[in-house]
Write a protein that binds this ligand. Sequence first.
Ligand code: ZN
Length: 234
Amino acid sequence: MMKIKIKELLTNLIAIFYPATCIACGRVLLQSEKHICLRCMAHLPETNYHLDKENPLRLLFLGRVPVENAASFLFFRKGEQVQHILHELKYNGNQGIGDFLGECYGRKLATAPAFETVDMILPIPLHKKKLKLRGYNQSECIAKGLSRSMGIPYRTDILLRTEYTDTQTKKSRFSRWENVKEVFAVENEDDIKGKHVLVCDDVLTTGATTEAAIEKLLQAADVKVSVVTLACAN
Ligand SMILES: [Zn+2]
């Protein structure tokens, strides 16, 4: 009991001296705001892809791998707010923002007919070494938020990472694909048999990593796969 009170007191003291600021614009947040101020929330560049089954993201995947649905919450442009948000999530230890935006997006997905039949959420895993380095998997943060607002469980013991790949930024699309081809494994296949699983990730650029994960899931079991990400390039 005492411990809880001290923690609460410390949290309040910290809030007085270091008030929480909006990740996107830096303004001090009101008590009712979380991570992002209401003004920035209202101006987030939403794709609304979840409402359009023939959206460019799904078409991009369909050319390569059979997905049920694909959607992304936000458009990602270099130097803009969504990039700051993703940077916070990925490199600044801000796990809460992934959870928060996952929850926001989940609320939208929960009312979208295309995602009505989803049974389970599977975050794209990080390799153990990278997980140890970062301390958390940013896709899992998003999965937690999605899971809460969609009322669907997420699992981290089905889609696994097997090999470590180095930074892929300087490679061509083809070699990048080669690079990620064998990095995923599927365990507990019986648990996804006949199910509709939702793979989630933070950002989608070429889609090669996500594509490899989906391929692996489809090989392992009779399963339907959909994809969502927090952001995608446009
Ligand atoms: Zn703001």
